[in-house]
Design a protein around this ligand. Sequence first.
Ligand code: NAD
Length: 484
Amino acid sequence: MRAQPQASHFINGAYVEDTAGAEIDVIFPATGEVIAKLHSATPAIIEQAITSSLAAQADWEAMTGTERGRILRRAADIIRERNHDLSVLETLDTGKPYQETSVADATSGADALEYFGGLAASLTGEHIQMPDGDFVYTRREALGVCVGIGAWNYPTQIACWKAAPALACGNTSIFKPSETTPLSALKVAEIMIEAGAPAGIFNVIQGYGDVGAALVTDPRVAKVSLTGSVPTGRKVYAAAAAGMKHVTMELGGKSPMIIFDDADVENAVSGAILGNFYSSGQVCSNGTRVFVQKGIKEAFLKRLAERLENAVIGDPLDPETSFGPMVSEGQLNIVMNYIEKGKEEGARLAFGGARIDGEGFYLQPTVFADVTDDMTIAREEIFGPVMSVLDFDDEDEVLARANDTEFGLAAGVFTNDLTRAHRVVAGFEAGTCYINTYNDAPVEAPFGGSKASGVGRENSKAAIEHYSELKTVYVRLSDLEAPF
Ligand code: NAD
């Protein structure tokens, strides 16, 4: 098997196997070929991971931030040196085109390790002056063992976005990748050791939802960060709440993109393509409800169709390919059902809409026009290459419609009216907003959702608050009086 790792799990600096765990077949979505066979973690593996993570934590936290940061930055350098191999593996695991994985996956993970590695040395508490020479100081302390649970769309990125801030703050990290894409996180774990990380600070264990649930409910785990769907988020949040654990929730969305008449058509079409078809539409923040003002509608749809013809659909390992398969047959079927629903409910199929014959889980990039707010395809997260185009007349109306959803992950506006752009983003009920661009996620800026789309923020200095806590210390230098 062409991508078989040494073993399923990476714990305490070494590969570990327990064949008693349920089998996980790893499938290359472009061909359906089984490329690796792994095992879900047994209770013994989960125990090993938690014990090793707990044992490593105190010494890791006791290191200076400079030392911890140096290790993270070294890991980032190694990831960059191996970007080609890691990108090929990511393509095999997810089916995403190498054209994307070579610039957006391992490299984004390296960015996170480098950024948080750089911050580690400057994490401090503060000193607060009180009357009579008394003072208060705060210590920024690690939380302990932090669990990360990943989705299948950005496996390397998600592993690093969760591990890097956790480790920078002196925590240890246990990562459970999605069962659909378990391979690349193991490489990150190997690279951490190579970079000089002490054994046990970053462990990777595989498994289905039950393994995630076992980690979340273990009383020795201090924090859980999940990237996944809203239904899973509700379960994980509730389980974490029972143990009063810290949480970060990066969940799903049905984000709006508003295109006003005065927008540059070419840029708006680029935004709609980036926000709907990158990674074959399997991006949480995608702007899948594209509200187009009536005056620009025909020009927008015409250019969109012309440019979609240019998508190169094929073998994702070929650097020329710009549009790959869906991650799995299951996901393909979910998306096909939504396409059928769109047709049944009266949306006009303006582009694509069909499965592509042959092996692999390929689907055409798909656009529905004349979509109305009540249609299923305009309300539910599809997580595939399906864009809904909705008409609108004026700003107040479209903003109310854009916000009329339980989700609040992202939102975008295309207009050349500067005042309107800022007014509209101020009105969006979403955590991550875009003006004349879409789906940027640099590590320096906070990323996350509001409403049902999430809790907390990843990336940027904001993530530090979610991976550490402040201890407040009151210090009295003057005599202490008491009432009796
Ligand atoms: P999912 O919710 O099915 O699974 C996510 C992870 O949770 C998997 O690792 C799974 O094994 C685990 N899991 C399932 N049940 C669990 C439980 N009870 N306890 C603990 N862990 C459990 O999501 P998916 O299908 O892998 O990914 C797609 C979803 O992820 C979409 O909704 C997408 O929008 C979302 N997503 C969000 C972001 C973001 O940053 N906001 C990024 C990528 C994907």
